[in-house]
Design a protein around this ligand. Structure first.
Ligand code: SF4
Ligand code: SF4
Length: 313
């Protein structure tokens, strides 16, 4: 199964563009259990996961985020600046671990967005004068897939509805926009530091850890949010995902999407000062000890490579 999810051309005029479809375009396709190629696509699975995919699958499997990420995903780089992404883990032959050879997908009701869309490719496009992603589609025609030979025509909009992608797109859309903005933002957007990349990963995929992070005293001391928001983030996974997108815009693009406490900046400076002072004092103590050792060796001819050196007055 091809993964078209992040095939995001920088400009509509690109010579490499596939034929674009809109929601009103008609496709000919049908997939069903009796078809000769049943399961072929899942035997060569290359499935990039978006945040809502992870939430649905971890719920389905009754796992926390850590368990799901460890057991069912592999990391990869979403774009050139090292923005981290994840794909579904497969077996050594490339088959999806959720595939049952007899009955097909064992997580069908919660299958990821890419599986739902196939053979339609979702293209998040951006017009030259806009930062807002605009959804268009392409048709992926692979030789092994016999669904294109079936006698059924429907529009892309009807196919999306049938496959239940609308809900997935609603919860993932802002995340696609973030990737798009990062990818096409040019040098002005800059390369995120290691801490920003880790925060991006946590907010995108590790929801249990992200929830602990936003409910921590440290977070509340830094950001100015009403208690009602914290209550919602504690209880509602979907709200947590959407809040994560707000947070990532702040982390990746320095947009002030979450108001800070009035004294947050001063407090950070004070905390930094305390850290710098502690480091400076430790460095001075280290240098003093080295000087003392060197003086002893010089004046007393002591061999200070023994444990007893420095015990003497
Ligand atoms: S999640 Fe289901 S539909 Fe998607 S590749 Fe795996 S078995 Fe196939
Ligand atoms: S028709 Fe296409 S999508 Fe359906 S099982 Fe066959 S290869 Fe997979």
């Amino acid at each position: 199964m091809s993964d078209e999810k992040f095939d995001i051309p920088e400009e509509l005029a690109s010579a490499t563009l596939p034929t674009l479809l809109t929601a009103e375009s008609t496709i000919r396709f049908r997939c069903h259990k009796g078809i000769s190629c049943f399961n072929d696509c899942c035997r060569a699975a290359d499935i990039t996961l978006a945040p809502y995919d992870v939430l649905r699958l971890q719920r389905r499997l009754g796992m926390n985020s850590e368990q799901f990420l460890k057991n069912h995903t592999v990391p990869f780089q979403l774009e050139r600046d090292g923005v981290p992404g994840i794909k579904l883990r497969t077996d050594d032959e490339g088959a999806c671990l959720f595939l049952d050879p007899e009955n097909g997908c064992t997580v069908y009701e919660d299958r990821p967005t890419v599986c739902r869309y196939y053979p339609v490719g979702l293209l998040a496009l951006r017009r030259k004068d806009s930062n807002v992603a605009e959804q268009q589609y392409s048709l992926v025609v692979e030789e092994h897939c016999k669904g294109h030979e079936e006698d059924r025509e429907l529009t892309v909009a009807e196919y999306r509805k049938e496959q239940g992608v609308e809900e997935y797109d609603e919860f993932n859309r802002e995340w696609y926009e973030l990737i798009l903005k990062k990818r096409s933002g040019g040098p002005g957007v800059g390369k995120p530091n290691e801490m920003s990349l880790q925060l991006f990963f946590m907010a995108s995929f590790n929801f249990d850890m992200f929830r602990k992070f936003v409910l921590s005293d440290n977070f509340k001391r830094t950001y100015d949010l009403p208690q009602q928001t914290y209550d919602e983030l504690e209880q509602n996974d979907e709200a947590l995902i959407k809040f994560g997108y707000r947070f990532m815009r702040q982390v990746l693009f320095a947009e002030m999407t979450i108001p800070e406490q009035k004294d947050a900046w001063d407090r950070r400076v004070q905390e930094r000062k305390a850290v710098w002072q502690a480091r400076a004092e430790a460095e001075i103590a280290r240098r003093n000890a080295e000087m003392e050792k060197a003086m002893r060796e010089e004046t007393l001819g002591e061999d200070c490579n023994t444990d007893s050196c420095g015990d003497r007055d």
